[in-house]
Design a binder for this molecule. Structure first.
Ligand SMILES: NC(=O)c1ccc[n+]([C@@H]2O[C@H](COP(=O)([O-])OP(=O)(O)OC[C@H]3O[C@@H](n4cnc5c(N)ncnc54)[C@H](OP(=O)(O)O)[C@@H]3O)[C@@H](O)[C@H]2O)c1
Length: 404
């Protein structure tokens, strides 16, 4: 039976409207799940970078891209299955799951389009009920030791981090063996996906540093076993090519900031510089990031938060044997491997107590875009319907695990 339910909708931008969108809460009728879909009751979600981009319509208006008047975003979260389509096999009502971000896979299962972002027709979790293709469901381990709130964060950022780390670390190890350099220096700029990745790198025996401009974030970073470093102490690191060539004062300020930053990298790495740099920011930070790479260094990314276009000198990169790794979310096998590792080894986000409610979503969106939330902000969707809340007492991180 179709059900009447409610969601926070994102509408496409109309002429004359501001660039950034406001979510609109509306009721709608959800049809029965199609044959290959399950109907789910979303429980917890985590606000993250893609949702921010969708709201800011930067770099694209996803409604226009998808050719839809309105969409429901929210691709990081957990749900309970409440009904099955006719051809669904291997799942049953009452199971807890999370979405894979793979809305449209390529021939090898890697995502071409992302669920609840640019994947047309996909419905995210900012809704009390949704229909999801079975192919997009990954189950949370039964009797999990971790909480649903933790899995809500894990589902996007940790899975992305797993896939990106696998490629970046594998690439570095093609060049320099563990017998030659057992503990590479791995650094990264701010954001939840980077924190997930650096906390994984620490478990692989790497020496990890994360730059952040927020005192609050730096506390969270430290709690995850990653050394925090205030990026603002160096001065303005975002690089503006035009100003650099036209504005003498800016040129001097930037050059001094970059030099201070590189000296600190050199000091903390005993002159080796970084072997892997995790950069989801891109654009204006690219210049300083590249310079912070040591020989055989890997610049690794799945994000372009501050800019998609980058410039580099191929000769310098070739001679330095620098490798540039690019990934986009993960394929199903990687998602399942990340879940299994996270469950067994406690590679999990350490969360603050605060959970935003479904009513708080506009406030959460504003705070997230203003950089005022914790690194891993969590919201609840169907308050009180959680059932199995996992082991709340175990909402920690269990120290170094064993790399596979
Ligand atoms: N392709 C994929 O599969 C994929 C998956 C996940 C994320 N992403 C993308 O990766 C990016 C990061 O996402 P996220 O969710 O991990 O991050 P996030 O939680 O949204 O955090 C972004 C953080 O970046 C830092 N930052 C922002 N501007 C900066 C600047 N100019 N210089 C230095 N640091 C800056 C800030 O950290 P501090 O305030 O602590 O400095 C900010 O909190 C987003 O663009 C997202 O869309 C892509």
């Amino acid at each position: 039976m179709p059900v009447s339910t409610e969601a926070w909708f994102l509408y496409g931008r109309k002429a004359g409207e501001p660039r950034a969108a406001r979510l609109v809460r509306e009721t709608f009728t959800l049809p029965d799940p199609a044959d290959d879909e399950v109907q789910v009751e979303p429980l917890y979600g985590s606000f993250e970078g893609n949702m921010g981009h969708a709201l800011e319509r930067k770099p694209v208006d996803i409604c226009r891209l998808r050719g839809e008047a309105r969409v429901v975003i929210g691709n990081s979260g957990v749900f309970r299955i409440v009904a099955l389509g006719k051809t669904v096999r291997g799942l049953h009502e009452g199971q807890y799951g999370m979405v894979t971000g793979v809305a449209v896979p390529d021939a090898w299962g890697y995502p071409e389009k992302i669920y609840a972002y640019d994947g047309a027709g996909t419905m995210g979790l900012l809704t009390k009920r949704a229909n999801i293709k079975q192919a997009c469901v990954v189950l949370i381990p039964e009797q999990t030791r971790h909480t649903l709130r933790q899995w809500a964060v894990f589902s996007l950022r940790y899975v992305t981090a797993w896939s990106n780390w696998e490629a970046a670390h594998g690439m570095f190890r093609l060049l320099v063996g563990a017998d030659e350099l057992p503990s590479p220096h791995v650094w990264g700029w701010g954001g939840g996906t980077t924190l997930a990745e650096l906390s994984l790198a620490a478990r692989w025996g790497c020496r990890v540093v994360m730059l952040s401009g927020s005192v609050h974030h730096r506390e969270t970073i430290r709690r995850h076993g990653v050394e925090p470093l205030d990026r603002k102490q160096f001065g303005p690191l975002p690089f503006d090519d035009k100003r650099f060539s036209e504005d003498r004062e800016y040129r001097q300020q930037y050059s001094e900031a970059e030099q201070r930053f590189l000296e600190e990298v050199k000091r903390r790495t005993d002159g080796l510089m970084t072997q892997i740099f995790v950069d989801y920011i891109g654009g204006p930070l690219y210049r300083a990031t590249l310079k912070a790479l040591g020989r055989e260094g890997v610049l690794t990314s799945a994000g372009w938060m501050e800019g998609m276009v980058v410039n580099y000198l191929r000769a310098v990169e070739c001679i330095g044997r620098h490798q540039h790794v690019h990934t986009h979310y993960a394929r199903r096998q990687q998602c399942e491997a990340a879940v299994a590792y996270g469950e067994e080894h406690g590679w999990m986000p350490i969360l603050e107590d605060r959970t935003y409610t479904f009513d708080d979503i506009p406030q959460l969106a504003d705070e997230f875009l203003a950089g005022k939330t914790d690194v891993f902000p969590v919201y609840s969707i169907n308050e009180g319907n959680e059932g199995n809340e996992g082991n709340e007492g175990n909402e920690g991180n269990e120290g170094p695990g064993v790399p596979p």
